[in-house]
Design a binder for this molecule. Structure first.
Ligand code: IVH
Length: 668
């Protein structure tokens, strides 16, 4: 046999054994035999380097250490999941699904473990692993391809078996560190005098963000893949269950124990079994994910800005600990809301030390009757945010008093009010309350907002104390001499801050909208508004109805934005920003003028003359917006070869359907 034929044979054998081992959990040879095959392949490639291909099993660890990871835009937003902790919340979810689908029939669900790791996106072109990304902020991820190549359960080439391999597919899964590997890694780090990781999730994240793939390769990471995000050049699955089977056939490891259940009660029945099984699993799970099985139903249900309406996470109860409430403080937020905070005797819970817990609002403090001096049970909601669960009344000292929400603002002394429709008590001084001004400034300069480097809470406090700023626009009028007068502001730091402020002037409109801190307008809504209107003046001129006509913008956001812009104070700040040369335009200036202005376009199937990314960019340039599923807000569906269920959905909803040629005529 010549070396080329032997190379092919070895490669195929190794892929077959990888599949048996990782996917089927049924190894057919011993580790020694496997190592011998790998060794022979490596030796062969050493003698005949021309035989090496990027997807050869020997090529997992390659590449030089990097300076930084490249940022890559996601083809479609990488969504997260809504959470449920109670069985009744699952019943509510099921009711919403039933209502939206307009059916009383029990819905088929798939129940699978929720792996506590890191979301990763994997792209395969003609079966070859080409790119691996982190989720990042959901819009832009980091290119961690080199590190993901070192993960043995991620195939470098899709397995050609019963299910044809598509010309392009992007899948999503979870990279994680098994419990034993985590313990081993921490032992090693302790011996080496390095800081240990708090939990497997942090360890996995740290490993995948190693700039040197050699280091990542030494971390025994694994990955489960549970979603086909996009597929071209092949049929699309009709159900999640089928998608899981296809993924398995292509060589991806799956979250084990997934079950298909008819109706929500059947899902609920299975929950206790999982809670027990959890301890025995070799990796951490923090809950279960419940997904509507039918892809057609999924498309019909669509998604909110953050999460699909067809899936929900059921979180396991968190670890609970006891501690003492030293005091209840009241904080005043950016919008004037007074928030009671329990100041706690520091206590360790779920991987960190907790010394404060929000008590949210007056009603919650009252219903729990938390008092200074009480012993309380706390836990981390969703294992992140500390929360007071209950008071242990048997431990209550005799002299405690019930908590009273202050009648005046603890910061500015102004009257507080509670609107009948709200749980929040607010300071009425609004922007003359220093606490609100301070929080507004901090938010404005923060990373999510205008991202002014060096302008954190401490600097904001200094500027306020010196009377240099009274609203966010004042930031842009700061002079070198102003800063020189402040403590710790040497010449260099003053210049740096002024440069950072000047640079922030050019942030696109959606960043400015986030920075202004309009209630209910988060990152996603800000992007939608900026994209739709193109310029702040157009947005200011819009009515609540016009805002609501935008897909994903509901009444709450529309009303909050219009009343915000109607305020004279807002207008004054915006005029000052304009005078200071702050950009009021969105990223793509043509957005509101092109042939597809304001249109929501859904693509399905493979286009002949352009890639999906090119088509999406062209649609955006022509003023349109692309969405991933067809709904009543879709204006147009463009079909290519092998369209998926979206086409059927378009016909059902009477959405106009055009071909690639028609699309091109609008783009030119
Ligand atoms: S489905 C649109 N399935 O949990 C689909 N997510 O809290 C959304 N996760 O960001 C994801 N195991 O990183 C899904 N079996 C599973 C999962 C899973 C873990 C993670 C995922 C997601 C997070 C949401």
């Amino acid at each position: 046999m010549d070396e080329r034929a032997r190379h092919r044979q070895l490669t195929e054998q190794i892929r077959y054994h990888d599949y048996q081992y990782y996917v089927l959990d049924d190894p057919k040879i011993t580790d020694q035999e496997y190592d011998a095959l790998m060794r022979e392949l490596a030796e062969l490639e050493k003698r005949f380097p021309e035989l090496v291909t990027p997807d050869s099993p020997t090529q997992r660890v390659g590449g030089q250490p990097m300076q930084a990871f490249a940022a890559v835009e996601h083809e479609a937003p990488v969504l997260s999941l809504g959470n449920a902790w109670q069985e009744d919340e699952l019943r509510d979810f099921d009711r919403r699904v039933g209502n939206l689908l307009g059916s009383d029939e029990p819905v088929w669900y798939v129940l699978e473990p929720k792996i506590d790791g890191l979301s990763v996106l994997l792209r395969y072109r003609d079966g070859e692993f080409v790119t691996g990304l982190t989720r990042g902020d959901g819009y832009v991820g980091e290119d961690i391809t080199q590190n993901l190549r070192t993960v043995r359960s991620i195939p470098l080439r899709l397995y050609e078996g019963d299910v044809p391999v598509p010309s392009y597919v992007e899948v999503r899964g979870e990279a994680f560190l098994p419990k034993a590997a985590f313990a081993g890694l921490n032992r090693e780090r302790e011996r080496a005098g390095l800081p240990t990781f708090a939990n497997p999730r942090n360890a996995a994240a740290g490993s995948l963000r190693q700039l040197d793939p050699q280091v990542a390769a030494q971390r025994p990471l694994a990955a489960f893949v549970y979603e086909i995000r996009r597929l071209q050049g092949g049929p699309s699955p009709d159900s999640h269950w089928q998608a899981l089977q296809w993924l398995r056939a292509w060589g991806f490891r799956q979250p084990p124990g997934s079950e298909r259940c008819r109706g929500i009660e059947s899902v609920i029945q299975r929950l206790p079994g999982w809670q027990e099984k959890r301890q025995e699993l070799p990796f951490e799970i923090d809950g279960l994910v419940i997904k509507v099985d039918s892809v057609l139903a999924q498309n019909q249900l669509g998604a909110t800005a953050k999460s699909p309406r067809w899936a929900i996470a059921f979180k396991f109860p968190a670890q609970e600990v006891r501690t003492r409430v030293k005091d209840i403080a009241v904080q005043v937020g950016r919008t004037g809301t007074l928030t009671p905070i329990a100041i706690l005797e520091p206590v360790a819970v779920a991987g960190s030390t907790v010394s404060r817990a929000s008590l949210h609002n007056e009603d919650i403090v009252r219903s729990k009757d938390v008092r200074a001096g009480d012993t309380v049970v706390i836990r981390k909601a969703g294992d992140v945010i500390p929360e007071v669960v209950a008071v242990d009344l048997s431990q209550r000292p005799p002299d405690t008093v019930a908590f009273q929400m202050p009648k005046t603002c603890p910061v500015c002394g102004a009257q507080t009010v509670r609107l009948p429709s709200e749980a929040a008590v607010r300071c009425t001084a609004e922007l003359s309350c220093p606490a609100q001004v301070r929080e507004g400034l901090i938010h404005f300069a923060s990373r999510a907002g205008m991202d002014i480097e060096g302008m954190g809470p401490a600097v904001v406090d200094q500027l306020l104390a010196a009377g240099l700023v009274a609203d966010v626009a004042d930031i842009y009028y700061l002079q070198f001499q102003d800063l020189q007068g402040l403590e710790r502001f040497a010449e260099k730091s003053s210049r740096n801050l002024l440069v950072a402020i000047a640079q922030s002037r050019t942030r696109p409109l959606h960043r400015l909208l986030v920075a202004l801190g309009i209630r209910h307008v988060g990152e996603r809504a800000a992007r939608l508004l900026a994209e739709h209107f193109g310029h702040l003046d157009a947005l200011i001129a819009a009515t609540a109805e016009q805002l609501q006509a935008i897909p994903e913008i509901g009444t709450k956001i529309a009303e909050s934005a219009t009343s915000f812009f109607a305020e004279p104070r807002t207008r004054r700040v915006i005029e000052k920003l304009r005078q200071a040369g702050v950009r009021l335009e969105a990223e793509e200036k043509t957005a509101s003028r092109g042939r597809l202005a304001g249109k929501v376009v859904v693509l399905t199937g493979t286009l002949a003359g352009m890639t999906r990314a090119e088509a999406e960019a062209a649609i955006r340039a022509a003023g349109g917006r692309t969405a991933s599923s067809v709904s009543s807000k879709t204006d147009l569906v463009v079909t290519g070869a092998n369209p998926g269920s979206k086409l059927q959905r378009a016909h059902e909803l009477g959405v106009p359907v055009v071909d690639e040629a028609a699309l091109r005529s609008w783009l030119d």
